[in-house]
Design a protein around this ligand. Sequence first.
Ligand code: UDX
Length: 457
Amino acid sequence: MRIMIVGTGYVGLVTGVCFSEFGFNVIGVDTDAAKIAKLQQGEVPIFEPGLQDLLQKNLAAKNLTFSTDLIGNLPAVDLVFLAVGTPSSESGAVDLSFILNAARSIAENLSNFMTIVIKSTVPPGTCNILKQEILRINPAAKFALVSNPEFLREGSAVRDFMQPDRIIIGIEQEHSRDVMQKLYKPLQLQRVPILFTTLETAELSKYAANAFLATKIAFINEMADICESVGADVQFVAQAMGLDQRIGPLFLQAGPGFGGSCFPKDCLALQNFAEAQGTPSKIVSAVLTSNQNRRAALVDRIVAACGGSVSGKEVAVLGVAFKANTDDIRESPALEIIPALLAQGAKIRIFDPQAMPNAQQYFGEQVGIRYPKSLKECLCNAHAAVIITEWPEFKNMNLPEVAGLLCPFAPNSPRVLIDLRNLFIAHDFLGINMRYVSIGRPVAEPNLATICENIND
Ligand code: UDX
């Protein structure tokens, strides 16, 4: 089977490379000529563990190619995946312009029967909108639409593709069942459940899954706030909850709130769609509000940890990526926390193991922001350090060394580490002159003796 993937972003590229790894003949198509040129050279434009090796292996095996020419390559393929972006529009509704344009290009140039698989995340009913548009342009077109939503996490996308929990496929013609079973045969042989349903049900399953995962995160973050009010430990609460098989342990890690290109967008899209359908989801709306408010609340937490003001203080921001193992900063909490600290007079230095180019491109050269070349340089002489992303480089920091690099913002005041990812525990700071502020747990203050001792050094 010869496959075309339209859109070589995070989802399309992983999908195309992995299907070529299954032995299918794949062509990746994108309008971005520079990206296509890089891919043809075996260069992956994103940080995604394991992807570059697979790309280069399958380029060499000649079962993977890239092109900007959708029309010219269409006659040679049996199946087309649409994996183009479906961003949020101003209103919060999904902007379908890119996927409509791709469908129109296909419609204008369809000759043989085509299975068109929607991989992009789209509101329920979109497949039918695309079907009507294709028939409007080409009433004689012979095709079948399939909805095949992805459940790939950035930073583990290759693994999530190769070892999915399930595959969800919405079909409108029985013929598509055979096509999709052939496509996913390698995973079926691994006993991965493949579930067939209608187009709308498949489309909604994706939103429901993401919105529920976002709900778990917003919930544990609100439990963290309650824990702080009563001196309880949210990590224990999460563990106690997660041992209940009906709840499960994953996505109960308290932090700065969810970011990325999916959860915020998909929750907004679902909220918008549900309202338009006359069946508003109060839960999804509350999750979005809770997540949004969290950023400002954490800025207040940082300011309080720095003695009530960050004006004139050097603050080391550790991590800008929306989570570890990615260079993606889209909707990262850092994108709101950093400007808020700057607005209160902080002097910011940023370090992120992978996302520095994206961070520098986003924030640019502005007064009050520096981009040190190393974690050590970032920490040196800072009055406070704030961990926003759970990179292993931060978890593995040598805390006495960190304390030595940081400097008190006033005489008799401790160094300050604000850990928005709970990478450490209070016990790690015994004997270290550092105030440790984390999420959903009591603040760990250094004992005064330690402070006096260090001052006399
Ligand atoms: C998500 C879904 O997991 C994936 O199935 C879907 O296909 C795309 O969207 P992704 O956005 O890449 O994947 O990241 P994910 O690992 O889900 O994390 C999303 C956000 O939630 C990140 O900001 C992360 O830091 C945060 N998060 C995640 C938490 O705050 N706590 C957790 O316990 C888990």
